[in-house]
Each structure stands twice: as C-alpha cells, then as structure tokens.
Ligand binder design. Structure first.
Ligand code: PLP
Ligand code: ZN
Length: 415
C-alpha cells in the first residue's frame, strides 16, 4: 500500500479499527470483509506543505495531486488528461431552479465521458506501481468503459463484467477500447459478485467501486479541483448508486480540512432515484437494508446493494447534508432543463444531481442565496435511449427541394 510515504494509516468504515498502512495491497478490512471499506489517512501537515508546490507546478489534471494519492508519482498515471474539468456557472439553470448561484462541475468531459475516469486513473497508477498487467472490474458501464479506455492508453489487459442490459454505447466503448467483455445475464450486483469471485480464483487486480480503496482516493480529486476553482461552496449535489462518488467527494473535502486548507466542509447531498434509494432510506431510518430489485432508467445509479454504504452515510451526515429521492420523470425533466438552459448534455444519472435541486429548495435544505455545485457525472451520449425517453417532440421530415422550403417550414411551425 505504501507507494506514497505520506500515506500513514487505513481506517475501516464499518468497525473503525485503524492500522498502519501495510506494505502489501489491502482491499478491505481484515475483520469486516467487503463491508469494511478502507479510508486512507495521510500525514496532513506534509500534505499541506505539498499543496503549495502542486498548485504552482505545470502538471495538468489529476497528475497535479499525485502527492495526495496512494501512488508512487504522477508518472504512474495514464497519459490522458483526467480531471481539470470546468466548473461552469449556469445562470439560466439557476434562474429556472430558483437559485442565485449555481455551478456545474462538468465531469462528463473526462476522456471516456464520465467521472469514473478519476478512479480508473488512480487504480491504473496503483497497478503500474506493482507491475500488474491485468485489471478486472464489474460496473454498470461507466467504470468499466473508463478502465478499458485508460487501460488501453498504457497497454493493460482489462476483463470486464457488465449487466447485459447496460446501454449499448457503454458496451461499444468497452469493445472499441479492446476490453475482454463478459455480459452478465443478471444485475450489476450479480456482476460485482462474479468479478470478486474471479479475483479470488485468478488473483486478478480488482478495480471495483469501493471494493478497491484507491477508487475513493481517485474520486476525491474532484473536490480538490472544486476547492481551487471556488474556495467557498455551501452545498454539493451528486447522484448516488453505490455511494463511492459521494464518499470520494466527501473524502476530498475532509482531506483539505485535515490539512488545514479548508475552514468548513460543504454540505453533501446525495440524489437517488425512487426505485433505487437504499442509502436515502438508511439515512432516514438509521439502518441499512439492501433492495435486490432496484429499478430506474438512470442505469448508472441502479444499485440494490450499495458497496460504500457506511462511508457514504457517515460523510453525508458529518457534512450536515442529506439525501433526496427523485422520480424518473423528475430526472427526465432535469436532463432536458440542464441541456436547454446550459448546453450541458448529461446521461440520466448525471442529470439526477440537478433533479435534486428543486426538491431540496422546497424542503428548505438549501437556501436561494447559497453557493451550490451540481456534479454532472456522465455524458448524455452514453445512453441515447434514456435521452430519447426524455424528449417529447419529434424532428420533422422535409423534402430536399428548395422551392418547397417555405411551405415545409410553415407546416413544421418554424415560421
Ligand atoms: C454517471 C454516473 N453517475 C453516478 C454514479 C453513481 O456513483 P456511485 O455508484 O459511486 O454512487 C455512477 C456510477 O456508476 C455513474 O456512472
Ligand atoms: Zn472493520
């Protein structure tokens, strides 16, 4: 684990035991198993000292934060630019939702079109530090396509387990990048279990969300960027399935706080679909209960058995934030509203973060004057069917004859 000498300890999110970071790679707590996701703790005064250097250097993207990650150096990261995504002020969307100050962190702009590139880049760096040649992952689609694309950039073999129902574009990404693809006749949760079994049987390095603690560290880089782009944020909205992205975001702000760079951690709001809301219910009830039949058109957040549950719940609570559930129709409305007011095309799970804004305002969780960031986690072109289901109007067919143009435009209602 100790590729970075500033990494000191690992803390289990389930039983809270702390151990010195061992030499060998550890996926999760030896007592709790996969439920005990591990939080990495660093030498924070030294991280603070490294911050000044990293913000002044000429490295780009995640490479700038190498000293804050469990990797040997920036050179271990894949060469594609991951991170450095824009934090775009979206005044027209703000007006439509009733907020004064709203920004979108555009993580759909990463090389393979999703936030997951941050985790894949960090896991690939950790693999390269250990001379590992093959990585496996289970995924709803984005984590896998991101692992496949970034893996291709450094010549790694990738073996992917995805539900056969994953959107076509995500499966095509896998194939075009040259991954070895196993379409599972089952759910994401089934694919996850199969990939763990393959890891046990064949000793493959596993990138699964949350299961591999490096994923969380990669994901935290989004908060380091948000902090640099907008030092004072009141609330951050992000969609939630397994809970790894929101945990990574929380961890990033926590690390900034522990290093003495950030005075107050922003409130974190996790947005879930009504049909896939295990963490939201757990936040409300105080206990966790898996729901095997999760169902939402936002495929990336369709998760019945969240893998980073404890950490996500702790970090959201610790930030004084909360969870919001939205219907699929609310997500469709947000997908359209985001695209039509800001020009940002998000896949359904990316738009879910935006869908949470109005209900949060109505419930008094956020106030109109607060500074709010929504994280768009995936590009709309990844799920064309999903996007089509949000669009009501049809495109008009017209003839190719210029003499009929005026008539055709009148018929179509354009003039
Ligand atoms: C686009 C997108 N948004 C949100 C999520 C949810 O992240 P998590 O499962 O870590 O909560 C995912 C995960 O696959 C995703 O791909
Ligand atoms: Zn434990």
């Amino acid at each position: 684990m100790k590729c970075n000498p500033l990494l000191l300890q690992l803390r289990c999110s389930a039983c809270a035991c702390v151990l010195e970071a061992p030499g060998e790679f550890l996926y999760n707590c030896v007592r709790c198993g996969p439920a005990g996701t591990l939080e990495m703790l660093y030498d924070y005064p030294k991280l603070a000292a490294a911050w000044a250097r990293l913000t002044q250097g000429d490295l780009k993207g995640m490479a700038r934060y190498a000293s804050w990650l469990p990797i040997r150096s920036a050179a271990s990261l894949p060469p594609l630019l991951v991170g450095d995504t824009p934090l775009s002020r979206v005044d027209r969307l703000a007006a439509a939702t009733g907020l004064d100050h709203l920004w979108i962190k555009e993580d759909q702009r990463n090389p393979t079109g999703s936030f997951k590139d941050r985790a894949s880049a960090a896991v690939i760096a950790a693999a390269r530090d250990r001379n590992i040649q093959l990585i496996t992952a289970a995924s709803t689609g984005n984590a896998a396509s991101s692992l496949a694309g970034l893996g291709a950039s450094v010549g790694l073999r990738t073996v992917i387990f995805v539900p056969a129902s994953a959107p076509e574009a995500k499966i095509i990404q896998l194939l075009i990048y040259g991954a070895e693809v196993l379409l599972v006749d089952g759910t994401y949760d089934d694919a996850f279990e199969l990939s763990l079994e393959a890891t046990r049987q064949f000793g493959w390095f596993n990138r699964n969300t949350g299961y591999n603690p490096v994923t969380l560290e990669g994901k935290k880089t989004v908060s380091l960027e948000i902090f640099e782009q907008l030092p004072q944020v009141d609330a951050v909205f992000v969609s939630v399935g397994d809970g790894c992205i929101i945990s990574g975001i929380g961890k990033g702000f926590q690390d900034l706080y522990r290093a003495g760079l950030l005075a107050k951690v922003p409130r974190l709001y996790g947005v879930q679909a009504v049909g896939s809301s295990v963490l939201s219910k757990a936040h409300e009830r105080g206990y966790l209960e898996a729901e095997p039949k999760a169902c939402t058109y936002a495929d990336s957040i369709c998760v019945g058995e969240p893998r980073v549950a404890h950490q996500a719940l702790q970090l959201v609570k610790g930030s004084s934030g909360g969870f919001i559930t939205v219907s699929d129709d609310q997500i469709r409305t947000a997908q359209l509203q985001l695209a039509r007011t800001s020009g940002i095309f998000a896949e359904p799970a990316g738009a879910a973060a935006v869908a949470g804004l109005v209900p949060a305002l109505q419930a008094g969780l956020i106030a109109p004057h607060e500074k709010v960031v929504g994280v768009v986690t995936g590009h709309g072109l990844k799920d064309i069917r999903g996007a089509l289901s949000a669009v009501q109007q049809k495109a008009c067919h017209i003839s190719s004859q210029p003499s009929r143009l005026a008539d055709e435009l009148r018929k179509a209602g354009v003039v």
